[in-house]
Design a protein around this ligand. Structure first.
Ligand code: NAD
Length: 491
């Protein structure tokens, strides 16, 4: 068993209650780690450390130096990618080679936001009153609470902390209770990289720890990535304190294939949309819509490929799909597939657990494809967050726009066609924060990412993200000698 404590104020600290919780390795089904069970008192102690750092050394450091330190943290992440990836894979079963690649890419995120740290500029406002000097300051908020899910722990954590730290804030991370280890190691790497203690802190725990973080008066902003149900609860709680939230929530993303697309490309597009990361990505293309003229041919190909996917140990280089991350998620996958069948859907492949030799206790599930689901059915409306695809034919462009937009979500969408005019026209009509044309699941630190409708509020990545961790102060200075009438507002 691996044992971890909370990490704040530059040191390991046990939960003040002495409480702990256990995590499971989904590949084996066996216990893997023991973590501190944080509660309100732990949040209070970490928040005091983070507040002290914000008002102390971190607040005084030059913008350029702050940026350099973030770049150094990027280097430490890159150097430790294999070690961090092994921790994540042991807890969520995501394929090790993909996790290593994702974590290595996080150096670019730290460089990008490190580079932005000394480019945060206010403005001089050109007023009509020439005797007045009015300018703006762009100021950090204070302590930011970052709450993340289990599917891509380091990736989603760095996406959140990089702009928050670059803007000059300090951070408390509450990782998912499923995957807590890598965030603790990340905070230790931050100290190694030269960030002052108290700048990057980690509290592990269950939902209650997240709730206490959202409720703490020192926390000035919440960046939450997770389910829309938790997002709503967090936004309501933060709203009571009038604290703003960036919310990156779930999706039910449409992946649309027109008749003019090459079938090899379409086949890869469907698979990449849904079975990568065992379907446990917020941007999973979980609703594939295929033009009737190629429907049968593409379905036949995709089902054949899905049946051949190598499900197994995520540490093995030949594995294409690892286990589902938790037993609860496995049961959810099974239940939603059964309900879809009961609702009239036809199971084309999958729908069962897989026994992997050597990993008999693991939470493995077959790549699963269903057709004939009604647009209003649970499978077409609710996120499964597993390797479960609903595939549907379409023939009319207006119909496909209505179907694509016909859920509460609006995170991602894929459009596959050689007709470039049609692609760009559709991109405007689809209500999603990201639209991919002839590709899927592409992401970059420079390109804004986030959801429309119930998929979220605010954007991560790009210059837009750093603005969400800053507030604007307007400074007025009268330069003239005239005494103003005290009873009339200056407009
Ligand atoms: P979850 O919402 O159950 O939990 C996420 C985190 O929030 C965990 O750390 C959890 O402890 C905490 N939490 C839960 N309820 C809370 C509350 N009321 N107050 C404070 N903290 C609370 O999500 P999950 O099951 O860990 O992850 C899967 C979900 O995350 C899916 O819906 C997926 O689409 C979404 N997700 C979204 C993105 C994105 O960028 N849009 C990325 C990855 C995952």
């Amino acid at each position: 068993m691996h044992t971890f404590l909370n990490y704040y104020d530059g040191r390991d600290v046990a939960a003040l209650s002495g409480g702990v919780f256990e995590t499971i390795n989904p590949t084996t089904g066996q216990p893997w780690g023991i973590f501190a069970l944080s509660a309100a008192a732990d949040v209070d102690a970490a928040a005091r450390a983070a507040d002290l750092a914000f008002n102390g050394e971190w607040g005084r450091i030059s913008h350029t130096r702050r940026g350099r330190l973030l770049m150094q943290l990027g280097d430490r992440i890159w150097e430790n990618a294999e070690r961090l990836a092994a921790l994540d894979t042991a807890q969520n079963g995501k394929i090790y080679v993909e996790v290593v690649a994702q974590i290595k890419a996080m150096r670019d995120w730290m460089y990008y936001y490190g580079g932005l740290a000394d480019k945060i500029e206010g403005a001089v406002i050109p007023l009509d009153q020439t005797s007045v000097l009015n300018y703006t300051l762009r100021e950090a908020l204070g302590v930011v609470g970052v709450i993340v899910p289990w599917n891509s722990p380091i990736f989603l954590t760095v996406m959140s902390i990089a702009p928050a730290l670059a803007a000059g804030n300090t951070v408390i991370i509450k990782p998912s209770e499923v995957t807590s280890a890598s965030a603790i190691e990340l905070a230790k790497l931050a100290i190694e990289a030269g960030l002052p203690k108290g700048v990057l802190n980690v509290l592990t725990g269950l939902r209650e720890a997240g709730e206490a973080l959202v409720a703490h008066p020192a926390v000035q902003k919440i960046c939450f990535t997770g389910s829309d149900a938790a997002g709503r609860a967090i936004a309501a709680r933060a709203g009571e304190r009038l604290v703003s939230c960036t919310l990156e929530l779930g999706g039910k993303s449409p992946n649309i294939f027109f008749e003019d697309i090459d079938l090899d490309q379409a086949e890869t597009g469907v698979l990449a949309g849904i079975f990568a990361a065992t379907g446990q990505t917020c941007i999973a293309g979980s609703r594939a819509y295929v033009h009737t003229s190629i429907y049968e041919a593409l379905v036949e190909r995709v089902v054949k490929r899905a049946r051949a996917i190598r499900v197994g140990d995520p540490m093995a280089s030949h594995t294409q799909m690892g286990p589902v991350s938790t037993e609860a998620q496995l049961r959810k996958d099974e239940t939603m597939v059964q309900r879809a069948i009961d609702d009239g859907a036809e199971l084309l492949c999958g729908g069962d657990r897989v026994t992997v030799p050597g990993c008999e206790g693991g939470f493995f599930y077959q790549p699963t494809i269903l057709q004939n689901s009604a647009p209003s059915s649970e499978l077409m409306q609710q996120e499964v967050f597993g390797p479960v695809l609903a595939i549907t034919p379409f023939s009319d462009e207006d119909d496909i726009v209505a179907m694509a937009n016909g859920t509460i979500y609006g995170l991602g969408a894929g459009i596959w066609t050689r007709d470039i005019k049609r692609a760009h026209q559709l991109a405007r009509r689809i209500k999603a924060g990201t639209v991919w044309i002839n590709t899927y699941r592409a992401m970059n630190y420079a390109s804004p990412f986030g959801g429309m409708k119930a998929s979220g509020i605010g954007r991560q990545n790009g210059i837009e993200a750093i603005n969400q961790y800053l507030q604007t102060k307007s400074v007025w200075c009268e330069l003239g000698e005239t005494i103003a009438d005290p009873f009339i507002m200056k407009v």
